[in-house]
Design a protein around this ligand. Structure first.
Ligand code: BGC
Length: 251
């Protein structure tokens, strides 16, 4: 394998996706593998699925794993859209144990997506305060100042009109309630307006699977800040996790 390759796995609410990544270009080096997220998504069950994804590629190097949790020093501290067994779990040890003791980098999924977008995608070359928001099962956030990540921001849980923002404006809410793009974009606008009054970003990058349909909803947003669509879409988490493993970016 070439020296510019890494391996990333993105653990989401519905799927666990992974691939070999060319960390020089940010492209997937092979077609990604996606397995359904086990139910319940306990640490051992997820570790098993991660090991299965890695094994499909015959990869034996370090692996980066993005989880929908606050992660500090390899320990997962929150579990909003994943089994509560991840609370206060040494995720690095659980994953490494299942993967033959190899080196594992564990980080928040939105932070992983942000690292990829800032290095290779919509955030590339942008200075100042950049916020990446991922719209999926929940809302994830990654905050950057001059390209440097401030990890674990959890801005998807801002309180908006008395509600946890992600329960109103995540992409899964649009899907569940068969909401029109207009109605959902109104909710996203309301959310970003609260966020921009608190953080004052120079740019907001919107990601997650719905960023593939950005032309349907980004032009409808009524917010002060410049909003651009992510360019790595659903691969951003995989790419960022691989970068974290290669460059020891996880803290
Ligand atoms: C979690 C975040 C995660 C986001 C996207 C939120 O519910 O609290 O840690 O980044 O979902 O998966």
């Amino acid at each position: 394998m070439s020296d510019a390759r890494g391996f990333g796995v993105d653990v989401g609410g519905s799927g666990i996706k992974g691939s070999v990544v060319d960390v020089g270009t940010g492209h997937l080096a092979q077609v990604r593998v996606r397995l359904p997220t086990p139910v319940p998504s306990t640490p051992p069950a997820v570790a098993e699925a991660v090991a299965e994804v890695v094994a499909r590629f015959g990869w034996d190097g370090p692996v980066g794993v993005a989880l929908p949790c606050v992660v500090k020093d390899g320990t997962t501290l929150t579990a909003a859209n994943i089994d509560h067994g991840w609370l206060q779990t040494d995720a690095r040890a659980v994953l490494s144990g299942r993967l033959g003791g190899r080196e594992i980098a564990v980080l928040n999924d939105a932070d992983a997506a942000g690292l990829a977008e800032v290095r290779f995608g919509a955030g590339r070359g942008h200075h100042g305060v950049v916020v990446l928001l991922t719209f999926g099962t929940g809302i994830g956030s990654a905050l950057f100042l001059d390209g440097e990540l401030v990890p674990n921001t959890e801005l998807g849980h801002l309180e908006v009109d008395g509600h946890d923002a992600e329960t109103r404006a995540a992409a899964s809410v649009k899907e569940e309630h068969h909401m029109s793009w207009e109605k959902w974009a109104n909710r996203v606008s309301r959310y970003i307006r609260v966020l921009e009054d608190l953080v004052w970003p120079d740019m907001v990058v919107v990601g997650g699977g719905v960023s593939r349909r950005a032309e349907r909803w980004v032009p409808l947003l009524e917010v002060r800040t410049r909003v651009v669509a992510a360019t790595l879409h659903n691969d951003a988490g995989i790419v960022g996790a691989a970068l974290a493993a290669r460059e020891r970016l996880a803290r």
